[in-house]
Design a binder for this molecule. Structure first.
Ligand SMILES: Nc1nc2c([nH]c(=O)n2[C@H]2C[C@H](O)[C@@H](COP(=O)(O)OP(=O)(O)OP(=O)(O)O)O2)c(=O)[nH]1
Length: 140
């Protein structure tokens, strides 16, 4: 076996959530202009802050970004992304949430769209996300 060289990249932990509605559609959010990967459609979520668990991070982010309220037991782990960007390596657990309160609002000016998993490939997503789509197709 060949030797595996460390990349030297920092590992970034981001928690992401597939919010699923009663029609089995998943909420995608469009990254705003000015941010890295602007214009691409992503799962709501964000960086896990020091001292926070991924689940606590998601409960916080869903509320901050979308005005959605949920609880930790309503977050079911589905899969994860592990992807190297130029300046960091992303480790991103993806949770599924079907039990939440509120109507998703674009609190950070982001575009929002409820999308059937089979249509997700029509929405340009960050490269880390592409392998996650099939898990949602299989689940939903
Ligand atoms: N939330 C989310 N982030 C994703 C996805 N796919 C993907 O590569 N990412 C990347 C984009 C960012 O580099 C990072 C998420 O960071 P973030 O949303 O908290 O931070 P940001 O880049 O918006 O910057 P900041 O202003 O919050 O610091 O993970 C995804 O599906 N959802």
């Amino acid at each position: 076996m060949s030797e595996v060289k460390p990349t030297g990249k920092r590992l970034l932990l981001v928690a992401a959530c597939a919010l699923v509605d009663t029609d089995r559609r998943v909420l995608l959010a469009q990254r705003p202009e000015g941010k890295q990967l602007a214009g691409l459609w992503e799962f709501p979520g964000g960086k896990v802050e020091p001292g926070e668990t991924p689940e606590q991070c998601l409960v916080r982010e869903l509320n901050e970004e979308l005005g959605i309220e949920t609880e930790i037991p309503c977050l079911a782990p589905l899969t994860f992304a592990s992807h190297s960007y130029d300046d960091f390596h992303l480790l991103m657990p993806l949770y599924v949430c079907r039990r939440f309160r509120g109507i998703a609002q674009p609190r950070e000016g982001q575009g929002l769209k409820w999308v059937r998993p089979r249509q997700m490939r029509d929405y340009p997503m960050p490269p880390a996300d592409a392998p996650l789509i099939q898990f949602l197709i299989d689940l939903l």
